[in-house]
Design a protein around this ligand. Structure first.
Ligand code: XBP
Length: 242
């Protein structure tokens, strides 16, 4: 029985990486007087490092002009990450992002059918608050039975911690939940928690492979609308992508 939909945020609910985080990282670099710029082509592969602060640290390791000591790098990464998140929130509040096709429709269908909604993301809580305030208004939290962000689950995806904590918050078994993701790391995290997972490809994951995903599609409305019945059906026939 399907009792809960667990949603990833970045790339799954909106194109936040392309239109939000990547732009805000570059603004933060510029404000800090750094010549570093992450083009979309450069940022795509960087997304395999989960967590914005870890992503900056990973990038610094390849840069000759990064600070010399670990302590200096960590301090700079922390400051840049904090500023990036503030700039991201400003961008979102200005209306730069919108939900991906079919997201609100499927969320509303689930709510009307008594299927619980949860969030399982490795992004910072402040980013989820900014995005959902913009999409759903101040009362957004009431839509979700559980919201688990990076601060609640410090072991970032592909570790299953964020999904295990979402299941705990929902009070449902893994077999009663279905995850919606866009990245290979997200799929691995859901699978490791024992949760079946469907993929809506996002801008930076057009060609990736998703072994074991229940389905892989461009978005929730293409080629046809993915409904709760569609999810139930795909689970019962156990379609699995190579
Ligand atoms: C999201 C992330 C995050 C965001 C940026 O992963 O990896 O790092 O890119 O947010 P997922 P922060 O979609 O798999 O949850 O800067 O707050 O980390």
């Amino acid at each position: 029985m399907l009792r809960a939909l667990i949603w990833d945020v970045d790339g799954t609910i909106a194109e936040t990486e392309r239109d939000g985080h990547c732009v805000a990282f570059n603004q933060a670099f510029e404000e800090a007087g750094l010549a570093w710029r992450w083009s979309p082509d450069y940022y795509g592969p960087l997304l395999h490092v989960a967590g914005g602060r870890d992503r900056i640290l990973h990038d610094m390791a390849q840069r000759a002009d990064a600070p010399a000591t670990t302590a200096e790098r960590e301090a700079l990464a922390r400051a840049l990450h904090m500023r990036k998140n503030a700039l991201y929130a400003e961008r979102v509040a200005a209306g730069a992002l919108s939900p991906r096709p079919g997201v609100l429709r499927l969320m509303d269908e689930a709510a009307a059918a008594g299927v619980k909604l949860a969030i399982a993301t490795t992004t910072s809580t402040s980013n989820v608050q900014a995005l959902f305030n913009s999409f759903f208004g101040d009362g957004w939290r009431q839509r979700f039975a559980a919201v688990v962000c990076a601060e609640d689950a410090p072991q970032l995806k592909p570790h299953p911690q964020v999904y295990l904590r979402a299941l705990h918050g929902l009070g449902v078994a893994a077999s009663e939940a279905f995850a919606l993701e866009d990245t290979p790391n997200g799929l691995l995290a859901a699978q490791a928690a024992g949760i079946a997972c469907g993929i809506t490809r996002s801008a930076f994951f057009v060609h990736d492979r998703y072994p074991g995903a229940t389905w892989v599609r461009p978005d929730l409305d293409t080629p046809t609308a993915m409904t709760l019945d569609g999810i139930r059906e795909s689970l019962s026939v156990n379609i699995s992508t190579p």
